[in-house]
Write a protein that binds this ligand. Structure first.
Ligand code: SF4
Length: 252
């Protein structure tokens, strides 16, 4: 296993919003999570609008980030975790993301990429080769709902999902359940059928909308479209999970 000073990540730089250690939400085990800055989507429910703008991030080299991760390597490995590149949108900076993932592999870490897939065409095969798990956030199957929720189309994400399936790359699909926005039963059922058809999706995380990001919109002087939205009830969450389970998927 390489030490931090031997990490062969090139001196490619990227814009980093922050980094953190997390358990349970960003892939298996305890993970070092790099949040890259910049995102082309504007999800109405985004709880991290402070990651939208690449110019607000801190310029760092991949080696700098990996040296931070290397400090936790023993702890992370013992906890069955790894390194996750999240955002913002990591594929807005594909060279940097690739360097992080490849460097993490050199450190002996399990790697995960958390992406909306909207820029999936920018992910070279070499980047995906260095990725053990893709956390694919599919905002909606219905294109009209996707556009209303994100401001962009869903076709690039679905194409990326099919490409990952063709590569037999392990994927966890994540779907944020937002009452009145994404919870149309026909949309959820169609997304479940599509997800089940891929054959490479190990699990589906139905993530209930929450209001924890509201204060950030106020602080940034941004309108918050979901200000009046109530988080889904346990029954609503259960119904969405059941739709994925009925399609033969492991939904949690
Ligand atoms: S893709 Fe993620 S970071 Fe970008 S706007 Fe949507 S929720 Fe926020």
């Amino acid at each position: 296993m390489a030490g931090p000073l031997e990490t062969p990540a090139p001196a490619v730089t990227g814009s980093v919003h922050s980094w953190d250690i997390s358990t349970g939400v960003d892939g298996p085990g305890t993970r070092f999570v790099v949040f890259t800055a910049g995102c082309p989507l504007r999800c109405v429910y985004c709880h991290n609008p402070d990651t939208w703008f690449g110019r607000t991030g801190q310029r760092m080299t991949a080696s700098d980030v990996l040296a931070l991760a290397a400090r936790y390597r023993r702890f992370i490995c013992a906890a069955g975790g790894g390194l996750t590149v999240s955002g913002g949108e990591p594929l807005l900076q594909p060279a940097f993301t690739r360097a992080l993932l490849a460097g993490a592999k050199e450190l002996g870490l399990h790697t995960a990429l958390d992406t909306s897939g909207y820029l999936g065409a920018r992910a070279e095969d070499a980047l995906l080769d260095a990725t053990d798990l893709v956390l694919l956030d599919i905002k909606s199957f219905d294109p009209a709902i996707a556009r209303r929720v994100t401001g962009r189309g869903i076709a690039p994400t679905l194409a990326f999902a099919r490409r990952l399936a063709a590569r037999r790359q392990p994927v966890w699909v994540r779907f944020v359940l937002v009452p009145g926005w994404t919870d149309d039963p026909g949309n959820v059922a169609a997304l479940a059928r599509f997800t089940a058809s891929l054959g490479n999706v190990e699990r589906v995380d139905v993530l209930p909308f929450h209001q924890l990001g509201a204060a950030k919109y106020a602080a940034l002087g941004l309108d918050y479209p979901c200000a009046g939205v109530t988080p889904p009830t346990a029954e609503q969450i259960g119904r969405a999970r059941a739709a994925f389970t009925a399609a033969g998927l492991h939904a949690i």
